[in-house]
Every structure is written in C-alpha cells, then in structure tokens.
Ligand binder design. Structure first.
Ligand code: BEZ
Ligand code: FE
Length: 313
C-alpha cells in the first residue's frame, strides 16, 4: 500500500471507481472526484471547514419538505440551475426558439383550467392589483402557429406572494392552465406581480447574506408551454421596471424575456387594458432530447427521494 499524499489520494479514488459499469455515471463520478479534490487542495481545506461544510449540507437536507426544496434553492443561488439551462438550450434549442428560465419551487402540476380571456386572479384580494392582459401566439421556431398548445402560468400576486405561501395550504390563486386556439393564439387577464425575496429563513438564505447579497427576484410570470411534437418550454417573463431586473438572485433573467405592459397595442383583444404581447416559440422534440425542465414540483421530488430508500437499508 503506497502512501497517499495530496495527489495520490485522487488517483487511488479514481482507480477504485474505474469499474463503474454505467459509462455516464463513471464519467460524472470521475469528474466530480477530480474537481472536489482540486477544490480542497486549492483552498487548503481544514478539518474545521470540512465539518462546517458537512453541517451546512446536512442543514440544507433538513430544510427540505414536500413544499420546499432547499437543494434546488442552493443550486439556483450558485448559478448551477441557470448553467444547466444554458447548456441544455445550447444543445437542443432551435434557432429562434424562446429562451428558457427557471421553473422555481412554486410550480404545481394541477393548476385550474382558465378559459381564453379568463383571469389568473381567483381571490378578490388578488384582483385588487393592477390588471393587465397577456396575449400572443405559440409558434414553432420559424413563427408558424402551433395549434392546440397548453400553457401553464403561475406567479406571485401584487404583494409578491405565491398562493403556496398563504396560511391555508389549500389556497389556489394566480395560476392556471390555458388551451391555445387552433392558430396558437392565447390571451388572459392577470394582475401585475410584484418582485419578491426567495425563502431566506434557511441555510441557503444565511449563505446568501454571508456574501452580502440580496435575495430578490424581479417581478415575473412563469410559463410552461407544452405541445405534442415539441420540447416543453419552461420560461418566465420579467418586468422591465422592477428595481432588481439586473440583479436577480437566481440569475433567471435573459434580455429576450424582459417585457413591459403597454396600452394601445394594435391587435390586443382587450384594448381597454395595459397589455404584454409575447409570442412563445417552441423547439421541435428531436429524437434523444429531453424535456429540458430544470426543477420540479417539490412534492414529487420528496416522493422520488423517499423511493430511493431509508439510510437503514
Ligand atoms: C421562482 O421564481 O419562483 C423562484 C426561483 C428560484 C428560487 C426561488 C423562487
Ligand atoms: Fe417565481
């Protein structure tokens, strides 16, 4: 047994995992070990710092519930979620298709159906905000209409809160599922959202504060567009007049996703309302491409985690 100095230990681990049968898993593990060891060497990680890191990751796990995914939040504030999106877009987004953005932790699979022209505001208190219209088309990357697309929309209300943050967990508000018409057209009413802070009460919030950063996201409306034969489009529209438009704490904003509401847009179905016109352009679902969703409904993730078995196993 040779002495394992600060470099030999890396080679020893790589030798040990060389027999991993799944080639993709092998590649990921080898790279992770190399980078992890390089990182520890670069910062001269001490035993106390190593333990503090273990305590931090433990606290992140303990903060996860079926309603909260602290690990995804960690990935978001470190820019990893955005990086995974950017790389996915580079691999599989058709030229001209809409950019993706983060799904975030407030997506739910079971949004209520909203008719064309209907409103996302289900509660009278939400309806008190500034009413706006969102309209446009779902098309392919070249601009040809995609008939029968489905849009899921969810957003914070005019006070910057999601329904899932309401006292009553059964509250459903400011979210809905819309079916576009045969020419891919859609229009709906909603309330202009306010920007908000990501959950800052856990270990990730502490880490953000330790860096002297704020935890704000600029005002936005999340959109998931699905249609047969096309990749799921997970994106969001960001309002230009938000003070944090250039400093989103989770790096979700792209220039092409920034919008402003305007009156007097030529083909608005509701000329009486300030409106945002946005066309969503989908990429074809090529063989071997994945849906491209970054993130998931946290309650589904909790079920998937439980299915991996308990530590006693
Ligand atoms: C959101 O936009 O809903 C969100 C995204 C990342 C972290 C927290 C919230
Ligand atoms: Fe959001």
């Amino acid at each position: 047994m040779k002495d394992l100095d600060r470099f030999a230990i890396t080679e020893a681990v790589l030798d040990r995992i060389a027999g991993t049968p799944d080639p993709r898993l092998k590649r990921i593990l080898e790279s992770a070990v190399r980078h992890l060891h390089d990182f520890a060497r670069e910062v001269e990680l001490t035993p106390e710092e190593w333990l503090a890191g273990i305590a931090f990751v433990t606290a992140v796990g303990q903060a996860c519930t079926p309603r909260r995914q602290e690990f995804i939040l960690l990935s978001d504030v470190l820019g990893l979620s955005r990086l995974v999106n950017v790389m996915h877009d580079a691999r599989s987004r058709a030229e001209g298709a809409t950019a993706t953005s983060l799904l975030g932790p407030f997506f739910r699979e079971d949004a209520p159906e909203v008719p064309l022209g209907g409103s996302l505001a289900a509660r009278p208190e939400s309806a008190g905000g500034k009413e706006i219209l969102l309209f446009g088309r779902v098309t392919d990357a070249a601009g040809a209409p995609v008939p029968g697309a489905t849009m899921d929309l969810w957003q914070a209300d005019a006070a910057g809160r999601y329904d899932l943050q309401a006292e009553d967990p059964a509250t459903v508000d400011m979210r809905g599922r819309l079916r576009c018409d045969a020419e891919g057209r859609y229009h709906l009413r909603t309330v202009k959202p306010l920007g908000y802070s990501v959950p800052m009460g856990g270990p990730v919030g502490r880490l953000v504060r330790q860096q002297g950063r704020h935890g704000h996201r600029p005002a936005h409306i999340h959109v998931l567009v699905t249609a047969p034969g096309y990749q799921d489009l997970v994106t969001a529209l960001y309002f230009a007049d938000d003070p944090h438009i250039a400093s989103d704490t989770v790096f979700g904003v792209s220039d092409s996703l920034i919008v402003s509401e305007r009156t007097g847009l030529p083909d608005s179905p509701r000329p009486d309302l300030p409106a945002v016109r946005y066309d969503f352009r989908l990429s074809p679902l090529a063989a071997g491409t994945t849906s491209g969703r970054v993130g998931a409904d946290p309650s589904r993730l909790a079920v998937a985690a439980a299915a991996q078995g308990s530590p006693a196993g």
